[in-house]
Design a protein around this ligand. Structure first.
Ligand code: ADP
Ligand code: MG
Ligand code: ZN
Length: 494
């Protein structure tokens, strides 16, 4: 029997507001425990929540970017459960009337496009953070995170593979960052994902029983855990076993999932409208203004890069994966209209360097101006592509402009044909065995000679000219000199 995986993702994105969703406490990450708290977010009796308008604005931006329809009247609900990180005994969330519904996101996997439905987006508050002492029977609670604003984005069960899940999440992540409403830091938990997975016989319409995976703190882990879970469920079904609905924890050390708890149903939470908060009414004018100021999003940018700059889809995807990178690329192209070459340098040398130094492109030691100035030097044949690597490394180290580096280090390309020819002639005569072998058909040795010329000129000879002259020298079967100089160097003629 052939099985089909069915996957739906829930993304929790922490919003980049200065203050919490229902009080004026700071949302800053990493402060000493319990320093950003007040009676409201500590759930003291008699306090009342007041909605942060910025949260609504950010949720609206996300709703527009994911093609959702907006509920101009929506409302908050209480999700009731007891846990020490939840001082009120309920979480303020949205239930029947979320801020947005019925959207979608288009993703691309292995060259195929696919549309993933978005069920809903709702606003809610985060809970506190528990830390468990590994050495003592002790747990500590930090309420700084209590009341930090989140949006939850719930997908339809439209995803069919770990790769599709990864593509969907990366796209979602990029959009949040483009909109500048979430910092997207998965390790710090500002971008969290739960994955719901079931499998069913291919062709079957009914959904199978799902497991919900938690503790997925990187894109890779999401993909790996889904893969593991598909395999685990298949195994059970092939064994005629029954899959139970449960929440499972991903363990990145063992690459497997373990059962955490059986899954609660929505009615266990006894959702009801929060009587402390008025329904949210969203003005049409506000929506229109926000729509007008929506930035160019990753998908549009990618299409523009493909159509306008002739990039491949893969390259365009990588170059638009962050807004900063796309901006850097755009800036370079403005300075020097060679998009393909620029893309190659960014995706090769620059990203390599940034990865090595653990920097983002906005912290790049090589500015767009310097990178394109260097490309112009190649374009004018002043330096070779190979020397450019040296110049690039030097720019990265010193931040100096490329022209200065080339002058200081004497890296100007050797293009004098006469000088190159003399060097080549000498090299041929110094290596008679190889020259003979080349003549007798061992054409692979051409590279050896090019290498020798580069060595002799410390990489500065113009490769095109070297190739031309080497070829013309070898075409002369008897190695009879074109230039008189050869006579003096070729021992066979003496
Ligand atoms: P809960 O909060 O109880 O997890 P939600 O409805 O908010 O429920 O989210 C459920 C998520 O699980 C959605 O992304 C949905 O697409 C997905 N889902 C629901 N049923 C299945 C199933 N049988 N198999 C896989 N995914 C499912
Ligand atoms: Mg869930
Ligand atoms: Zn507070």
């Amino acid at each position: 029997m052939e099985f089909e995986p069915v996957i739906g993702l829930e993304v929790h994105a922490q919003l980049k507001t200065n203050t919490k969703i229902f009080c004026s406490c700071s949302t800053e990450f990493g402060s000493p425990s319990n320093t950003h708290v007040c009676p409201v977010c500590l759930g003291m009796p008699g306090t009342l929540p007041v909605l942060n308008k910025k949260v609504v604005e950010y949720a609206l931006l996300m709703a527009m970017a994911t093609n959702c329809s907006i509920n101009q009247v929506n409302r908050f609900a209480r999700k009731n459960y007891y846990y020490p990180d939840l001082p009120k005994g309920y979480q303020i969330s949205q239930y029947e009337l979320p801020i947005a519904e019925h959207g979608y996101l288009d993703i691309e996997v292995n060259g195929d496009n696919k549309r993933i439905g978005i069920t809903r987006i709702h606003m809610e508050e985060d809970a506190g953070k528990l830390t468990h002492d590994p050495h003592r029977p002790l747990s500590m609670i930090d309420f700084n995170r209590t009341g930090v604003p989140l949006i939850e984005i719930v997908s339809e069960p439209d995803i069919r593979s770990p790769e599709e899940a990864g593509a969907y999440l990366r796209q979602m992540h990029a959009i949040l960052r483009y909109l500048d409403i979430c910092d997207g830091n998965m390790e710090e938990g500002s971008f969290r994902c739960d994955a719901n997975i079931s499998i069913r016989a291919k062709g079957e319409k009914k959904l199978g029983t799902r497991a919900e995976l938690k503790n997925l703190n990187s894109f890779k882990n999401v993909e790996k855990s889904i893969e593991y879970e598909i395999y685990r469920q298949k195994d059970i079904l092939l064994d005629n076993g029954i899959i139970i609905q449960e929440t499972r924890l991903w363990n990145a050390d063992t690459n497997s999932t373990i059962s955490m708890r059986s899954k609660e149903e929505a009615n266990d939470y006894r959702y009801f409208p929060d009587p402390d908060l008025l329904p949210v009414h969203i003005d049409k004018k506000w929506i229109d203004t926000l729509k007008k100021d929506l930035p160019e999003l990753p998908q549009e940018k990618k299409e523009r890069f493909i159509i306008k700059y002739g990039l491949t889809s893969t390259d365009a995807e990588l170059l638009t994966s962050s807004r900063d990178m796309a901006d850097y690329f755009d800036e370079c192209v403005k300075l020097f209209n060679q998009p393909k070459q620029i893309g190659n340098w960014i995706m090769g040398s620059l990203l390599g360097l940034l990865n090595l130094e653990g920097k983002t492109i906005s912290e790049s030691p090589v500015s767009a101006q310097h990178l394109t100035d260097m490309l112009k030097l190649i374009d004018k044949d002043l330096i070779s592509g190979k020397i450019a690597k040296t110049v690039f490394d030097e720019m990265a180290k010193t931040g100096k402009p490329p022209k200065q580096i080339v002058e200081e280090k004497g890296l100007v390309q050797l293009t004098d044909r006469f000088e190159i020819e003399n060097i080549i002639v000498k090299i041929i005569s110094d290596n008679p065995k190889e020259a003979e072998a080349y003549k007798n058909g061992k054409t692979k040795l051409f590279g050896f000679f090019v290498g020798q010329v580069m060595k002799a000129t410390r990489g500065k000879a113009n490769p095109k000219i070297v190739n031309e002259i080497l070829k013309s020298q070898f075409q002369n079967a008897s190695f009879c000199p074109i230039s008189a100089a050869v006579k003096n160097f070729n021992p066979r003629n003496t």
